[in-house]
Design a protein around this ligand. Structure first.
Ligand SMILES: Cc1cc2nc3c(=O)[nH]c(=O)nc-3n(C[C@H](O)[C@H](O)[C@H](O)COP(=O)(O)OP(=O)(O)OC[C@H]3O[C@@H](n4cnc5c(N)ncnc54)[C@H](O)[C@@H]3O)c2cc1C
Length: 373
């Protein structure tokens, strides 16, 4: 088969990967000169621990194994099974961790409850005061800025992959062809549209009632820390955002420990991961109301720097970069992604939300199975 993939974010690239792996030829079109959407703006967290039981956890677990396997072949992903620590600062946060480590699926998620000394033994950079941490050994990380180009380089070596950047797809032609904004038509047997959070234009024409919402996040990256941050790190506010932690202890936490004003206003949690140059990517915020701000605001950064500084027991290194990103999230909470078929040979795959980097290898594998690739 000849497969046309539209969109060179992580979802499009993983779909191209599946098609090439299964022996097909791929033409991959991207509007920009290089991927510039959510896939290069994220933390690169392959985050298993916080996923909802059922379809979401199964997809994250499968995807985590695929990331590892693909990472062995593509060193530019910098896949590392570094695990995560959710640092506990209050009795209410400790109670949430105590509750989840007793659940049946705790071992599958790689949960362990650590006291303060054990936490510092796992991640010596966490010198600040805390009660301990929820360790999730299944969590992992990749490098978002290099992942897509590294995957494409490996695909190109197959001889069955063509990347066409700077081509916006404007129309479907026939059953499985697309026309780009150079007027060129690309014919195939199957079209996979992985167009991310761009829900207007062609996507609106094909799927006017797309059940996804757009979410905007603010992020930053520091100068090198000067020492390893051996795990990814989260704060107790992350319990409020990930479905795995729902339960009576979280209800009690919400009642006795309301978020501070800035964290509540910007719907924040702290996530922190070390890049290969030693810098730290730190975030995030969640903005749901459109029109989104076109600029970044400072208060959330001050909050994140304060929390990160408490965990590290010293100030964050200088902030080198700040940015915002937008992802699309499907509205059906039970689904990992939204798939829609404008016709038999065309699939639109979008809305993986804040788990798109994590789950993309498994999402692409499922699409390939469903499409009989
Ligand atoms: C700040 C931030 C942090 C995040 N952190 C994490 C994390 O740590 N872990 C995690 O699992 N998830 C995370 N996510 C979510 C994850 O990044 C997204 O779910 C995922 O990257 C979506 O990938 P995508 O390929 O669908 O979209 P995108 O990366 O946006 O790619 C879509 C591509 O399609 C192209 N395109 C659109 N329309 C056309 C067209 N008509 N023709 C040609 N090309 C077109 C665009 O230019 C774009 O390059 C985060 C998201 C953000 C914004």
């Amino acid at each position: 088969m000849r497969v046309i993939v539209v969109g060179a974010g992580v979802l499009g690239t993983m779909h191209a990967w599946q098609a090439v792996e299964r022996g097909h030829e791929v033409v991959h079109l991207e509007r920009e000169a290089e991927a510039r959407g959510a896939s290069v703006r994220n933390f690169g967290l392959v985050w298993v621990g916080g996923r909802a039981s059922g379809e979401e956890l199964a997809a994250a677990q499968r995807a985590r194994d695929l990331w590892q396997r693909i990472g062995e072949r593509v060193p530019g992903l910098h896949f590392r099974a570094n695990g995560s620590l959710t640092v506990l600062r209050t009795e209410a946060e400790l109670a949430v961790a105590e509750e989840v480590v007793k659940r049946e699926d705790a071992a599958d998620r790689g949960y362990r409850l650590l006291d303060a000394a054990e936490t510092r033994a796992v991640n010596p950079a966490l010198r600040g005061d805390h009660l301990g941490a929820l360790h999730c050994t299944r969590d992992a990380a990749v490098e978002p800025r290099t992942a897509q180009p590294a995957l494409r380089a490996a695909l190109q070596a197959s001889g069955r992959y063509t990347f066409l950047p700077g081509r916006e797809v404007r129309d479907l032609v026939g059953t499985a062809g697309v026309r780009d904004d150079h007027g060129e038509v690309h014919h195939g047997d199957l079209v996979l549209l992985c167009t991310g959070a761009w829900t207007g234009g062609l996507v609106r024409e094909l799927a006017p009632e797309l059940p996804v919402r757009r979410v905007r996040l603010q992020m930053m990256q520091t100068d090198p820390l000067g020492e390893p941050l051996t795990t990814s790190v989260a704060d107790g506010d992350s319990f409020r955002y990930y479905p795995a932690y729902a339960g009576t202890a979280l209800d009690a936490l919400q009642a006795v420990q309301p978020q501070g004003q800035v964290a509540a206003e910007h719907r924040m949690q702290l996530l922190m991961v070390q890049r290969t140059d030693g810098g730290l990517t730190v975030g995030d915020t969640h903005e749901y109301e459109q029109p989104f701000g076109f600029d970044t605001v400072e208060e959330p950064y001050e909050h994140l720097a304060a929390v990160a500084g408490q965990f590290l027991g010293r100030p964050l290194p200088r902030i080198r970069r700040r940015w915002a990103g937008v992802y699309a999230q499907c509205l059906d909470a039970g689904r990992v992604v939204h798939r829609e078929r404008p016709n038999d040979a065309v699939w639109l795959v979008t809305g993986p939300g804040g788990r798109g980097m994590t789950c993309s290898p498994a999402i692409a594998e499922t699409t390939a199975d469903l499409a009989d690739l």
